[in-house]
Structures are given as structure tokens and as C-alpha cells.
Write a protein that binds this ligand. Structure first.
Ligand code: SF4
Ligand code: SF4
Length: 478
């Protein structure tokens, strides 16, 4: 395979000097034409494509409690995820989600390198989908190379229009689906395209255009130049991390040979130097040169090389998932896997399990009612009728569930104390907040002058167990 990169010297260098070494300011991209490949890892990759896309495109269609199952309603500051409604006060769950995501990334990277990049990253997944469309319309690698070299003709134009049309349709639908997570999806479709609002149009266009550009044109450049993860992945690798590796001890010296020839006698290794591993690589690198940051861990080269090994009658695994230690020591796969599950990865697993369990328990025990009591600072304590002291409060009651409720408000702490001026029970809709001004009255002699500790008791008609008690103070004049 010829070098897929072209470098531009930043300044002309006099011949015969040290400056002859070419200094690249940036690289001009040479288009990569990845060849189709099949095999165990390609099947995994397509499984992940289907799984992620069924979830992504399917979720906005799902209904739950007469509303969209998953909806991030930013305007109302509520996130609906199946039976749970998250409020701005639940930001802790977002923090925990980020911690879980980061720990998972650490775990999978420490175990098996860039698993996320190779199988689940949207950039990889959409590039795979766009490449599939490209192959269906323009053909596999060689056909596409020939097509691109041909002068424009009606046939070529037809293929290009069909390809870009299909890409645009996928991108547009991706953009609409993305916005459907933030705006109710079915009304969004009903409004499409003429009655869409400005924000919807902007985000559909933006996300659709990003999908089209990244998966259709940018492809491996996003991974090589834009994604920060590619840059710091190496710090998460160690000698027991599974990485896709060319077994140079087995493969070298490489060289072509006849299938029937005794290549060992000819001093050759198992690599037939067919360049299939390079042709299938979506980033255009040669894995035989060792681990490179451009490698997204897609394992296409493993499948490609295994196909060649099958044709040659050699065992699989010239390119394979292995660890630096296993390769150096020639360990069997049992020993290698034992070291993959080492202290570090077990620690990540333990931490992840604890955090996920804590989130689960916390969600299970989540309060269906939340109450905040705010004292009216303008009127601390007043005597409304002779012998009766009144304090004023504002109760902010949040019904975190989706069941409408009938709320009762009581108060404890001072003999004879009662809530006045509120018609009870009070109706509160599901997933909503209610602010209730409350006057609390108590006999003048019932408490000590100054602050007295009291408790608001917010009950729920029809659910004796759902009671919230919220502390506050009641002031008697000194
Ligand atoms: S070297 Fe192999 S695993 Fe890495 S990106 Fe290329 S094909 Fe995928
Ligand atoms: S596919 Fe396998 S045999 Fe062919 S060049 Fe690559 S490593 Fe060598």
C-alpha cells in the first residue's frame, strides 16, 4: 500500500542539507476507500450499529403515561425518562451519570483499548452506515476508486446524486430524531416541515449537516484530528490491555508466495503482504507498523487478515486482540485473560457496581413529594385578632411523580396551632410544582417569645404513607 498521506513542506530547503527532512505543516487528506469485510468482528460491529440505531431512532416513538417515554423538555426544565421525571434539583443524577460514563470508559479502555471508538461511537456507527450506502450505490473499493477517476458522465452523476440523496435523507432523519428528544416527537413530525419553529429548523439543520459532513466527508479525520479521546487513550493502556496487534514474530519476514510453496523453507513468515489489512482499514493505516493513535480499534484488519489466512490455509490470528505482555511471553489465552481482569480493572468494576447500585437505590427511594418552606420575611409575626399570633409562609410543593394528587397541609409543634386561609385538600397535577401561601395561627400564650420549632406536615389524600414533614420556625412577639 502506498503512503496515504501527502505532506506539504513549509519552506523550500536547500538540497543536500539537514533541512532536506520534510517538515509537514499539515497533511492533505487522501481519500480512503475502505474495502468491505466480513467476519466475527464485522458482525459485532453491525450488531452494535443496529442496536444503537434501533435505540436512537426508536425511543422518540415510545409512549409512557400518555406522553413521550424519553423527552428532555428543556423549556419546562423537566427530563422524562420512562417512569421517572428529573427536575433541575436532580442534577446530582447527571453528575453520577457522567461519573458512570467516565468509569465505564476507563474500564473498557483498560481492558480492551478503544472498544467505544471501534463499536459504539456515533462517528464510527454513522461512517459505517454511510459507507454501506456508498458501497451499495458505487460498489466496493476498486469500483469506487475507478469511478472517482472517471470523467463525469451521466452514469457517474446518477450514482453520485443517488449516494448524496441517500446520505441527506439519513442525515435529515437523524436531525429530526435528535430534535425529537427535546421537542415532543409526534407533534414535531406533524409540523414538519412547514410549521416548524425557528429553533427546530436550526437544530435539525445543524445536526443533520453535522451527520452528513462527519460521516460522509470527514470520516477518519474526526478521529484523527478532532476527537480528544484518541489523544489521551494511550495513557489508559498498559501492558495487559487487549489491543489489536500484528504478530510480527509470526508474520515476518513478509512476502508473497504460492499457496503450495513451503514458505518456511523459503524463510518467510505468515504475512503474504497482500495489504488486505490496509485496504479494509477505515483510517488507512498499516497495523503492521505497530500501535498507532489513528487506530480506532474497529478490528476490520483482523477479519480481513483472517480471510486471507483461510485462503492460505494458515491459522487465524496473525492480527488479533492480544496484550503486550502476552505477546512478549507467548502466554496462552487463559493467562492473558486472567491478567486482563487485573487489580485495576477489578477496581473500576467494583466502583462502577457501587455507584450504579447507589443510583438504583436512590431512584427507588426517591421522594414522590418534595416540599420547601419559605418564611415571609416582610411580616414576621402579627396579632390578627386579640390573642392570636399569625406567621406567614410560602410552601413550594413539588409532585415529582406523574400521578395527580390531593394535598393536605397541617402543622405541629405548638399547642392549638393551625393552618388558616387554605381550602383543603389542594389539587396538584402530576410532575408539577405548586406554590401555596400559608397562614399559620397559634394562641398567643401557646409558645415561648421568639422562635419556636414547628413542622409542616404535608399529607396526601388516599395515600396515608406519603407524608412529608418539613421543619420551620414560628415567631411569638417578645
Ligand atoms: S488498524 Fe485495524 S483496528 Fe485499527 S482502525 Fe485500521 S482496521 Fe481498524
Ligand atoms: S492481511 Fe494479513 S497477510 Fe495480508 S498483509 Fe495484512 S497482515 Fe499480512
Amino acid at each position: 500500500m502506498s503512503d496515504s498521506r501527502t505532506t506539504i513542506p513549509i519552506q523550500p530547503a536547500p538540497a543536500g542539507t539537514e533541512a532536506d527532512a520534510e517538515v509537514g505543516l499539515y497533511e492533505i487528506r487522501k481519500k480512503i476507500y475502505p474495502r468491505a469485510v466480513s467476519g466475527r468482528f464485522a458482525t459485532w460491529a453491525w450488531t452494535m450499529v443496529f442496536l444503537t440505531q434501533v435505540i436512537f431512532y426508536g425511543l422518540p416513538w415510545l409512549a409512557w403515561n400518555d406522553r413521550q417515554a424519553v423527552l428532555f423538555d428543556i423549556a419546562a426544565r423537566k427530563f422524562y425518562i420512562f417512569g421517572i421525571v428529573f427536575w433541575p434539583q436532580d442534577v446530582i443524577y447527571l453528575a453520577l451519570l457522567l461519573i458512570i460514563a467516565a468509569l465505564s470508559l476507563f474500564l473498557f479502555t483498560a481492558m480492551a483499548g478503544r472498544l467505544w471508538c471501534g463499536y459504539a461511537c456515533p462517528q464510527t456507527v454513522y461512517t459505517q452506515i454511510f459507507l454501506w450506502v456508498e458501497r451499495k450505490i458505487e460498489g466496493d473499493r476498486n469500483a469506487r476508486i475507478i469511478l472517482d477517476r472517471q470523467p463525469m458522465s451521466a452514469a457517474k452523476l446518477g450514482k453520485k446524486v443517488a449516494k448524496h440523496g441517500a446520505w441527506m435523507a439519513i442525515s435529515l432523519w437523524t436531525g429530526v430524531t435528535f430534535v425529537g428528544y427535546f421537542t415532543p416527537f409526534r407533534p414535531l413530525l406533524a409540523a414538519f416541515p412547514g410549521d416548524l419553529g425557528g429553533w427546530e429548523i436550526f437544530w435539525i439543520t445543524f445536526y443533520g449537516f453535522t451527520t452528513y459532513g462527519n460521516a460522509g466527508y470527514m470520516r477518519e479525520q474526526v478521529c484523527k484530528y478532532m476527537c480528544p479521546y484518541a489523544r489521551f487513550q494511550s495513557v489508559m493502556f498498559d501492558k495487559d490491555t487487549l489491543v489489536i496487534t500484528y504478530d510480527s514474530a509470526r508474520g515476518e519476514p513478509r512476502g508473497p508466495r504460492s499457496r503450495k510453496a513451503d514458505y518456511r523453507a523459503a524463510g518467510l513468515g505468515d504475512c503474504v503482504d497482500c495489504s488486505v489489512c490496509v485496504q479494509v482499514c477505515p483510517t488507512g493505516i498499516d497495523i503492521r507498523q505497530g500501535l498507532q493513535y489513528e487506530c480506532i480499534g474497529c478490528a476490520a484488519c483482523i477479519d480481513g487478515c483472517n480471510q486471507v489466512m483461510d485462503r492460505m490455509g494458515y491459522p487465524h490470528g496473525l492480527i488479533r486482540y492480544t496484550t503486550e505482555n502476552a505477546l512478549a511471553a507467548g502466554s496462552d489465552s487463559r493467562t492473558m485473560w486472567r491478567r486482563v481482569f487485573r487489580t485495576r480493572t477489578l477496581l473500576y468494576m467494583g466502583l462502577l457496581a457501587v455507584i450504579i447500585a447507589a443510583v438504583g437505590v436512590s431512584l427507588y427511594l426517591r421522594e414522590a413529594l418534595k416540599v420547601d418552606v419559605i418564611r415571609d420575611r416582610a411580616a414576621l409575626a402579627r396579632e390578627t385578632v386579640p390573642g392570636v399570633i399569625e406567621n406567614v409562609y410560602r410552601l413550594q410543593i413539588m409532585n415529582t411523580g406523574e400521578t395527580p394528587r390531593q394535598i393536605t397541609i397541617g402543622v405541629d409543634g405548638v399547642p392549638g396551632m393551625e393552618v388558616a386561609g387554605v381550602e383543603q385538600p389542594i389539587a396538584i397535577a402530576g410532575a408539577s410544582t405548586l406554590v401555596v401561601p400559608v397562614r399559620v395561627q397559634a394562641p398567643a400564650e401557646a409558645g415561648k417569645p421568639g422562635a419556636n420549632r414547628i413542622e409542616f406536615v404535608i399529607g396526601t389524600a388516599g395515600d396515608a404513607k406519603l407524608v412529608r414533614r418539613e421543619k420551620s420556625t414560628f415567631l411569638f412577639p417578645r
